[in-house]
Design a protein around this ligand. Sequence first.
Ligand code: ZN
Length: 246
Amino acid sequence: GYSAICDSCKRHVMYRSTLNLNEEYEYVKECAIEDLHGFLHADKQIRRESIVKFSFMIPIEEQRSEFSSITHNRVVIDKEGKIPKGEQAMMLMKREHASGIYGFLCSMDLACAGVSLANPDKKLPQYDRKIRAEAAIVALADLFSGHFGAAQARATPIIKTLELVCMASKKPIPNAIHGFYKDYAEETASIVKAAMNQGLVKQDEIKIVAVGRPASIFKAEHILIDEAKTVSEAVTRIVEASDQWL
Ligand SMILES: [Zn+2]
């Protein structure tokens, strides 16, 4: 496997860097998570902004999510495996769970993977930059299949991705519109069309993959897109584009 991950990140402790280095680029070199996720080293006052940005995942416009409260029972056992008598042995607790259709948005500035933001002349070899960009994109497949959030041992999200628009662009383009809005696909298609008309990006410099309803919306705007049947297929196509362009 890829070994440029620091000891803290290997343990999934990644809110602050514990590496003790002298400049941003050294942290980027040492750890792929510090690179993608950004970091702050408080003692040294060295920081890097995250190049992967997530918005909140929230219930879509005009649709409230349903909540239900589920009662759990936590049970203590003694050394023989018996439930001891007394009030402490069992503990009732309530957990709230939400259900609905959720939208979200994520953007990744992968041209900056392995590149110092403080001094862009310093960058990692192409091999490292590609493997880090690929890992960042592939990680989305986990999100789309419900591998996120707390209490997964009893409440792994019940999830099906209904619609998806993925865009990989060789040149910087405006953000897509958040999935909260019911016309997010129409608005995103207009933004892409406008970016092309203004010459910000050419059709062969942008790869768009859609799952479900958005495909027909992009086609109506005469924007070339790939249609994918599944999210993993969409993610794979975006990885291919990133690999080709980085
Ligand atoms: Zn790290």
